[in-house]
Design a protein around this ligand. Structure first.
Ligand code: CA
Length: 527
């Protein structure tokens, strides 16, 4: 699907409406402050109601129970007669039920191969296992939340006293989380938080320098978190054991001896990290995670289609792209299974969706619990409409791989990495997947960032990009006004990725050091 605005005027005061598909019987109002009742729209339709920016207007008379079509599919059914020119908000719509997971089209779409995109490179840190980092960071893994305060104290001192001596190292990051004890660690689903933490420790931006701080008595023992065979880099360097600082060790007398142990061990890793240098690598070494947060009706019109175009560029360049957010693609499952490269990939997607349906049902909810008050204020009536706008981030390439939550990527190409849509949990799971660059689109606006990888933020609206000029890296709002095309902004994003990955450019979140917490997805019981 390549959504294109059906109308695009060049000056702001003119009414601008955007229809995504020729079948659509609604369009959204693009003007910054919405449009008042009585406005004559392009095509001579007159607005019956005032319609806020991003909200839908009925293009024809809609009879009660008639399907309301956006993106060419029913996003709801009219609860009563809606005259042409009316504001179509969520209270007028009955949401369709989720598509059954039976009888889906399986690997039916065979798009012609996309032409390879050769010659694009960036400057990255090549790791011993072949992966490439975009940053050179010392990460300190923690087995359990109990050690977080001590580790944080040590990290502050490392930053102040050691880091200035190692100019090739970008940062020191404590991998703080809420897991590790007080949990049903043998429950089947406990594998998700455990492998997430394991695979984050092995993220390409950490250079294979795994270092662990443990309490001693916790359920998640270091050798369970990071068994020897999970860390190929340790084997390669012929290091016999995992580097663990255990706070309950008898050798520690007093708090300062713990802090000094952590600093002493960190210094060895910093020395090795500091000896590394960037080298020219092909763009195929990018592992990009895409997600959206604080979405509005423009997400699926401007920023997400531009990201989708860029996803295609990355796939053409041989790179890896992960898209995620299960509840935001659930309503487009037929689009995904049909784009799978093989029936096995399609079945894996269905398995992930079924698992998530059951997970939500266990909690007395369904996919409709996804949407926020901000989404609705931004014009998104329900999860069906939101999903159609979210799924376009995946572009048009065949879907080649599927990851369960917390798994690490094993192949290049386009991957569906199953995660919740929660921004922090999705980002955390994509880090575990091996992401070395993150793209995040937002319409309402969120200052989101991650400590471990650069996050490029894309605004869906020019108004947001103007007000948050020192938080948003790219403005895709120019697509709605016709100043730029989806392709223009997609290329702009692709070129910025290479600059950011090379360390030549910092994202705004990096500039201000805005980092959200790692949030592990733990569907297993706590005790
Ligand atoms: Ca999200």
């Amino acid at each position: 699907m390549t959504p294109m605005p059906t109308t695009a005027a060049s000056t702001a005061p003119q009414p601008i409406i955007i229809r995504m598909h020729e079948r659509d019987n609604v369009a959204i109002v693009a003007n910054d402050r919405g449009l008042p009742a009585g406005t004559t729209l392009p095509g001579c339709l007159v607005l019956v109601d005032a319609v806020p920016q991003g909200h839908k207007v009925a293009l024809v008379d809609l009879k009660a129970a008639a399907p309301v079509l956006r993106y060419g599919i029913p996003i709801g059914y009219a609860l009563k007669d809606i005259p042409a020119g009316s504001w179509v908000h969520e209270r007028l719509l009955d949401m369709p039920s989720a598509r059954s997971l039976d009888n889906l089209p399986i690997a039916t779409v065979k798009p012609p191969p996309m032409p390879a995109l050769a010659g694009y490179t960036f400057e990255g840190f090549r790791n011993a296992d072949g992966s490439v980092g975009t940053r050179n960071i010392l990460a300190i893994t923690q087995t359990v939340q109990c050690v977080a305060g001590v580790t944080d104290f040590a990290v502050q001192r490392i930053k102040a006293e050691l880091l200035p001596r190692f100019p090739n190292v970008d940062d020191v990051v404590a991998l703080e989380h809420g897991y590790g004890c007080g949990v049903a660690i043998d429950a089947p689903d406990a594998i998700i938080p455990i492998r997430t933490l394991r695979n984050i420790s092995l993220n390409p931006n950490f250079g294979g320098e795994v270092m662990v701080v443990s309490l001693g008595c916790e359920k998640l023992q270091p050798e369970r978190l990071l068994p020897a065979d999970s860390i190929p880099l340790i084997d390669l360097r012929n290091r016999a054991t995992l580097d663990v600082v255990c706070l309950q060790d008898d050798t520690h007398v007093g708090f300062m001896s713990m802090v000094e142990s952590i600093m002493r061990q960190a210094e060895q890793h910093l020395q090795r990290l500091n000896a590394r240098h960037r080298e020219t690598v092909p763009a195929s070494e990018l592992v990009v995670g895409v997600q959206c947060g604080g979405s509005d009706a423009f997400s699926g019109v401007t920023a997400n289609p531009a990201v989708g175009f860029c996803t295609d560029l990355l796939i053409r360049a041989g790179a890896s792209v992960m898209f995620s957010e299960t509840t935001e693609v659930r309503d487009g499952i037929d689009q995904l299974t049909s784009r799978a490269t093989t029936p096995e990939v399609a079945q894996a997607m269905i398995r992930e969706m079924a698992w998530y349906d059951a997970y939500l049902q266990r909690g007395g909810a369904d996919r409709s619990a996804n949407t926020t008050p901000g989404n609705k204020k931004g014009g998104l009536s329900n999860i069906v409409e939101k999903a159609m706008g979210s799924i376009v981030k995946s572009g048009t390439a065949p879907i080649a791989n599927v990851l369960s939550p917390g798994e690490k990527l094993k192949a290049k190409g386009l991957t569906y990495a199953a995660t919740p849509a929660s921004d922090f949990i999705c980002g955390t799971l994509q880090l575990a997947g091996g992401m070395n660059l993150h793209v995040f689109t937002t319409g309402r606006g969120t200052p989101y960032g991650l400590a471990a990888v650069p996050v490029i933020k894309v605004a869906t609206r020019s108004d947001l990009a103007r007000r948050w000029h020192d938080l948003m890296d790219i403005n895709a709002g120019t697509i709605a006004t016709g100043e730029k095309s989806i392709e223009d902004v997609g290329w702009e994003l692709f070129e910025m990725m290479l600059e950011v990955a090379s360390g030549r450019k910092k994202t705004w979140a990096e500039h201000w050091k805005l980092h959200n917490a790692l949030v592990l997805f733990n569907p297993a019981p706590v005790t």
